[in-house]
Design a protein around this ligand. Structure first.
Ligand code: TRP
Length: 372
């Protein structure tokens, strides 16, 4: 039996039907016109891992009219980062490069502390520092990028309180599946994330800000849009860009940390040997069952995990990607060859990342927002 689809900030399971999510959530599919305007952006957008939006056309229009626009996306520091966690930050960086805008990055250490049993407050603070280094290493502009942690940048609390006052318990309950046994941190946190989403406007005044984020986070955006124009808040509704999930090495819908050994995903700290081993051993392949079969019928790039990783992150060159697709689908390129190429590309990326992450230690403070 097919497992029922569940997609919300705290659970993603079953076969994910993205068209249905657009309908259920009431979002808008990204149009050809919008993709065209983003044709110089990161492959994650160009190659359509980002598939849905809210008012992003307005954001682009405001930019074209010379009005201020910005980007905000966050990170819940529950563990060290893996490549799936990079998705919203690669887009934020790409929007900063292409539109010259400011980027705001809240780190919800409070959220992960509340929702993860067994995670101590000290651990979330350590993971925050580690995760922020990974984020800075992506190359954000220190003059235009503002990073803050909820436990440290406590100024955020008064904004969250303003918002909390406008959200009823029953709204939060239905949007986030709050159940009686949950600690009350869960109930307040949505006000905090709404404060993150409106933070660019609290900080810089009323303007359009876009939240690039996995579609599972949309309930936070809906909630924020519903209260943002209230007369005591007086902001514009935030825009959103929603991504599909990057598959785990096993080929399931979402790269999450469900596998206790971490064999289903690639951490940014994995060394060359570990990457090689994980890809060779665990990466779900779309290749034929036998060599003969593969040579005869070719491989399936739609389900092959290595191909997905190349397509969305590691192969920027459109022509090269097209060549791989053709050769793999015709059976000329074998699974072993595709894996070998992917291992090289990932290891190249990670080697550069390690260097940039080291450098990030020296500029860390330039990114961190201080309490007033
Ligand atoms: N809740 C997000 C997660 O678990 C992280 C996050 C915190 C976030 N604040 C945000 C995402 C604001 C988008 C916008 O991944």
């Amino acid at each position: 039996m097919v497992k029922k689809m569940v997609v919300n900030p705290y659970e993603v399971s079953g076969e994910v039907d993205y068209e249905k999510l657009i309908k259920d959530f009431g979002t808008t599919k990204i149009s050809k016109d919008i993709y065209k305007k983003l044709s110089n952006c990161h492959p994650l957008i160009r190659r359509e891992l980002y598939f849905s939006h809210r008012d992003f056309d307005k954001w682009l229009k405001n930019y074209e009219e010379g009005k201020k626009v910005s980007v905000i996306t966050g990170r819940g520091p529950s563990e060290k980062m893996h490549i799936g966690h990079l998705v919203p930050f690669l887009i934020a960086k790409s929007l900063q490069d292409n539109f010259g805008c400011e980027v705001f990055i809240p780190i919800s250490d409070d959220e992960k502390f509340y929702v993860k049993e067994g995670l101590s407050q000290e651990d979330t603070i350590l993971f925050s520092r580690e995760n922020i280094l990974d984020i800075i290493a992506l190359g954000f502009d220190p003059k235009k990028t503002f990073i803050f942690e909820d436990f440290v940048y406590t100024d955020i609390y008064r904004y969250a309180a303003k918002i909390a006052k406008r959200i009823t318990y029953s709204t939060a309950k239905s949007a986030f599946g709050l159940t009686p046994e949950k600690n009350i941190g869960w109930s307040f946190y949505p006000a905090m994330q709404a404060a993150h989403i409106l933070f660019p406007q609290f900080f810089r005044g009323k303007h359009l800000s876009v939240v690039p984020v996995g579609i599972d986070q949309d309930p936070f955006i809906r909630l924020t849009r519903d209260i943002s124009e209230h007369k005591e808040i007086g902001f514009l509704k935030p825009c959103a860009l929603h991504s599909k999930f990057l598959p785990s090495l096993y080929g399931d819908a979402k790269m999450s940390s469900s596998d206790s050994l971490g064999n289903n995903l690639i951490y940014l700290t994995d060394d060359e040997k570990t990457v090689k081993n994980k890809i060779n051993k665990y990466a779900f392949s779309g290749g034929g069952a036998t060599l003969e079969e593969h040579k005869k019928n070719g491989g399936n790039t739609q389900i092959d995990v290595c191909f997905q990783y190349l397509k969305y992150i590691f192969e920027e060159d459109d022509e090269k990607l097209e060549e791989i697709k053709k050769d793999y689908e015709s059976g000329k390129m074998l699974t072993g060859e595709l894996k070998k190429y992917t291992i090289e590309k990932i290891n190249n990326f990670l080697e550069k990342h390690r260097k940039k992450r080291k450098e990030a230690e020296n500029i860390f403070d330039e990114f961190i927002l201080k309490n007033k």
